[in-house]
Design a protein around this ligand. Structure first.
Ligand SMILES: Cc1ncc(COP(=O)(O)O)c(C=O)c1O
Length: 395
């Protein structure tokens, strides 16, 4: 039996219609399938591969670490140099109060940890999330989702969750002294990109301060350079109490993190001890890969070029099919205002050798979020192919 059949029979599926690209090899922004077809990866494995695929410095860091040690002990007990050095490197880029990194395996696990932290720290039970957000697929993280579409088959979910409208100043009054935490992305991805207004996020910060509520920013998708700054909150004139990162954080390997003040994070380690534990959190390989990625991003100045690249993409993509291009930095939504058109575009993209996807809560738009080190020539190749795709669509 060929791999396609074995994949369908023996690998757990997430939907009845996987794209089924059979990967042979990868290089830079390109993915090659087993028939030799070359695809531009226009979504970086959903905001993971910040430096594209198989970046030599990342591969070499992984190989070096693999030859040194892999898993001497569960997270949090032994001093593992990649964890420590990466934590120092991360906090050196952040405001003073974001000075301690609690590692997890994934974004959802970081979200779970943040909710537990907020409950322990404040002694309160209510968590507020913003409508339209996606924070992960575990029971707790999924409870934060306001849309019933994906969660309705899994009730009962976590109690104590309430929702506010994103960018809505009036709704901020729903945050009270009963609220343990507000969790939000500064730029919501799942609804097809909604950018948080700086004045709104500043007012949210103020309301959380007034009520003693922790403000948690989920920058799992938009963070790590994709917005044009290391984290998007830097553009908003405020900072969260807890910053969540994952996806690109592990330099293509699984890694998540809660980043907060050391005193705040320490509540998870006492009364009772072991309040939040994880066997593989902060795996040395993932930390080594993440550190190599961040080194390249900083040394080669890729984050500073993000906005210019986004402008280059937007400027080239003029087409009657496009209703709007939204986004910040290299997380863009091309909105066609129509699900059938977006579906045709998505299929045609794969035919024309472009890997893209919808947004979880918006199937009228496709996402463009290439590796941050995409070159100008590669952008021009991508936008040329996209325009060919749009021209090929019959409406
Ligand atoms: C904003 C946001 N939060 C949380 C998650 C969950 O991360 P993970 O899939 O690593 O559990 C995602 C994943 O897409 C995300 O985009």
């Amino acid at each position: 039996m060929d791999l396609k059949h074995l994949f369908l029979q023996h690998v757990g599926q997430t939907s009845p219609f996987p794209t089924m690209v059979e990967v042979d090899r990868v290089e830079g922004i390109y993915v090659y399938d087993t028939s030799g077809k070359k695809y531009i990866d226009a979504i970086a494995g959903i905001c993971v591969s910040a430096l594209g695929h198989n970046h030599p410095k990342v591969v070499s860091a992984i190989q070096k670490q693999a030859a040194t040690y892999l898993h001497p002990m569960v997270y949090g007990e032994f001093i593992l140099s990649p964890q420590v050095r990466y934590a120092k490197m991360l906090v050196d880029q952040l405001p003073e109060h974001l000075n301690c990194v609690f590692y997890t395996n994934s974004g959802s696990e970081a979200v779970e940890g943040a909710m537990k932290l907020a409950k322990r720290y404040t002694g309160r039970g209510e968590i507020i999330a913003c409508k339209g957000a996606y924070h992960g697929s575990t029971n707790g993280a999924m409870s934060l989702m306001s849309e019933p579409k994906y969660k309705k088959g899994y009730y009962p979910l976590m109690p104590g969750i309430n929702y506010i409208n994103f960018n809505d100043h009036v709704d901020l009054s729903k945050i009270t002294t009963q609220t343990a935490a507000v969790i939000t992305e500064p730029i919501q991805a799942a609804p097809g990109i909604r950018v948080g207004e700086p004045e709104y996020l500043q007012a949210l910060r103020k309301r959380c301060d007034e009520t003693g509520t922790l403000l948690i920013f989920d920058e799992i998708q938009i963070g790590f350079g994709r917005s044009g700054t290391f984290f998007a909150f830097e553009q908003m004139g405020m900072a969260p109490d807890v910053l969540l990162s994952a996806k690109a954080l592990g330099g293509t390997l699984p890694l998540g993190a809660l980043i907060a003040d050391r005193k705040l994070l320490s509540v998870l380690s006492k009364n009772p001890i072991l309040g939040f534990i994880s066997t593989f959190g902060g795996h040395p390989l993932s930390c080594a890969a993440g550190m190599a990625t961040l080194e390249v991003l900083l040394e080669e100045g890729w984050i500073g070029q993000v906005s210019e690249k986004a402008e280059r993409i937007k400027a080239s993509l003029k087409h009657p099919l496009i209703k709007e291009i939204r986004g910040t930095g290299l997380l863009l939504a091309i909105d066609f205002g129509s699900e059938p058109i977006a579906l045709k575009v998505l299929d045609a993209c794969f035919e024309h050798g472009i890997i893209t996807d919808f947004f979880l809560f918006n199937e009228q738009a496709i996402r463009i979020a290439p590796p941050l080190n995409i070159t100008a020539a590669e952008i021009d190749d991508l936008t040329k192919r996209l325009l060919q795709v749009f021209d090929s669509i019959e409406v």
